[in-house]
Structures are given as C-alpha cells and as structure tokens.
Design a protein around this ligand. Structure first.
Ligand code: ADP
Length: 299
C-alpha cells in the first residue's frame, strides 16, 4: 500500500475542511482525486505530503506514518502543489539543481539532464522559468517533483490553466511517469480522470462520496435509465404505470425511463409493451457519462 488515509479530519479554526475520510492508493496505481472547488482535495494532499498536520486520523506513506516520520515520508513523495509555485527568476537547470541539492540527490548534474530529457524540456532548458509558457512551467514542476526518484507522486491540479494542446501533452507525460510510480492527482475535470486514472476517489464537502474504477462508476449510473422507442403513439401517463419506473422524459425519437430503484428496467418495459400490444423497436440501458455521475454525487 503506497498511501493509506484513515479517518482523517482537518479543521481550519472551527471549519472542518475534511471530515473522517479514509481511502487507500495501491502501489503502481494512478488515482484521480476528484471534487468540486472547496471540497477538500488540496487540504488532503497537503496532509499526505506533510505540509500541514492533520487534526485527527492517520496517514501512512509506504507504511510510514506521516505525523511521526515526516522527514522519511517526504523523501518518498514527489509533490506538485496547486498553481505550481516556481522561482521565476531562476534558470531551468539552476532551479532543478537547487531542488536536487535539497534532496541530496547524487550525481546531480546527470540527474538534472536526465529529468530535462524525461519531461521534454531540452529546447527550453537554458531559459529562465519566467520566460516559459505555462505548459513548459508545468514540465519544470513535474521534473522537480520526480528529481529525487520518489515512489509516490502527489499532483494537485496538474493541468489547470493549460491550453488544449498543452493539456494533452502533460496528461501523456503524467501517464508515462505513472508507469513507474504511484500517482495521486487532483482535478475537478471529469475527462481528466477518464483519460489518465485507474481509479477515482470523489470528495464532496470534505467527505468521500465514491471510490471505484471509472468503468464501475459508470455502470452504477447506467442501470438507472432505459432508452425506449415504440412503434406508434404511446402516452407518458401510460409509461409511468410500468412497475419500477420513476421519471419519464420524451427525447428525440423515443423515451427515457428512469428507474425508481437502481435496477435495469428493460424486462419490465418489454413486458409492458407485450401486454399492451405495443411494439418496442429499441430498448437499451443509457450509459450515463462520468460527468453526470459526478454531478449527481456532488450536487
Ligand atoms: P479544494 O482543493 O477541493 O478546492 P481545499 O482543500 O482547498 O479544497 O479547501 C477545502 C475547504 O477548506 C474550503 O472551504 C476552503 O475555503 C478551506 N480552506 C482551505 N485552506 C484554508 C486555510 N488555510 N484557512 C482556512 N480555510 C481554508
């Protein structure tokens, strides 16, 4: 287990930003930590990285408790904080050397060159950080996070503010780094987790509301609604009488029938059609997008 968060609480004054959350991140996983703004993502990540202390509960990184072994756990973690704070007046190489020295990295010159190559900074390596575009600054942020070869990477909103091309490039980079490391990344963008992550933990108002594989989260949503097309005219009031059917909505070409409970309605709809001598031309479960699942869980 690379990260273990158990019954974590964090208060700012009297405000609870994180309330009794527990989750695990296994070695080699890329986990997306998803939630709306203010949900408690950064707070949780800051506790894991040892930047702030917990008000209650326990966090372990690679089996070591962060609260009592902060120095040891920090060596195991690479951290890209929110908004990627960098020294803009420093040159790329100068900055990475500076960070490497803090971590007492051996053969630092070679390691800096290796990092520059790994994150695709070769062309920009002789510039000042302040002269770089946002995408390249993000590469510097990633390079400083992995320079000491940590087992675990904590990335707080690593793609926020990037243009669509930069976004794709940085996601690819995170994926390739993720092949060798355990990664936890926060975002409020659903497509991001779909594109990068093995598993999703959703936090809302300081509490975990979902923890599952992306495909399984969608499956939960997909059972709820059936799309049906019938030959001839069928009334809404009649469809509402089908056992188990809740909301009924007419859409282009057919009907969306929402289940009252989380069950597949196709059998009930087929039976209804047969009994009423109506021909059901199409009957399929509607896949809810992860976006909708997220909205439902965090509204
Ligand atoms: P997220 O990263 O999901 O946007 P945060 O962890 O930054 O959420 O914030 C969670 C809650 O804690 C918010 O209500 C925020 O205003 C509050 N908060 C965060 N940092 C501080 C702080 N240093 N002092 C007081 N309140 C804070």
């Amino acid at each position: 287990m690379s990260i273990e968060v158990k019954n974590l609480f964090k208060y700012y004054g009297s405000q609870a930003a994180v309330k009794d959350i527990s989750f695990k991140v296994n070695s080699g996983e890329i986990v997306g930590f998803l939630g709306p703004n203010g949900a408690g993502k950064s707070t949780t990540m800051k506790v894991i990285t040892g930047f702030i202390s917990a008000s209650g509960g326990e966090v372990k990184v690679c089996g070591l408790p962060v609260s009592s072994d902060s120095l040891a756990t920090r060596k195991l973690i690479g951290y890209l904080p929110e908004n990627n704070p960098l020294y803009l007046d420093m040159y790329v190489k100068e900055y990475l050397t500076f960070v490497g020295k803090i971590y007492k990295v051996e053969n630092l010159k070679e390691r800096v060159a290796e990092m520059i190559k790994k994150v695709g900074l070769e062309v920009e390596q002789n510039k000042k950080i302040g002269q770089l575009s946002k995408g390249y600054r993000q590469r510097v942020g990633l390079a400083q996070a992995i320079i000491h070869d940590p087992d675990v990477l904590i990335l707080d909103e690593p793609t926020s503010g990037l243009d669509p091309n930069q976004l794709v490039e940085i996601r690819e980079l995170i994926k390739s780094i993720g092949r060798e490391k355990t990664v936890m990344l926060s975002t409020h963008i659903m497509q991001e987790v779909e594109a990068i992550c093995d598993r999703i933990v959703i936090i809302n108002k300081g509490e975990i509301v979902a923890d599952d594989k992306a495909a399984d989260l969608q499956l939960v949503g997909s059972k709820l609604t059936v799309y049906a097309e019938f030959e001839g005219t069928v009334s809404k009031s009649l469809l509402k009488k089908i056992p188990g059917v809740g909301k009924v909505e007419q859409v282009k070409g057919g009907w969306l029938l929402e289940s009252k409970e989380n069950i597949d309605l196709r059998k009930a709809v087929a039976k209804f059609a047969q009994e009423n001598d109506i021909l059901a031309i199409t009957l399929r479960t509607e896949e809810k997008s992860l976006e909708e699942v997220f909205k439902n869980l965090t509204k």
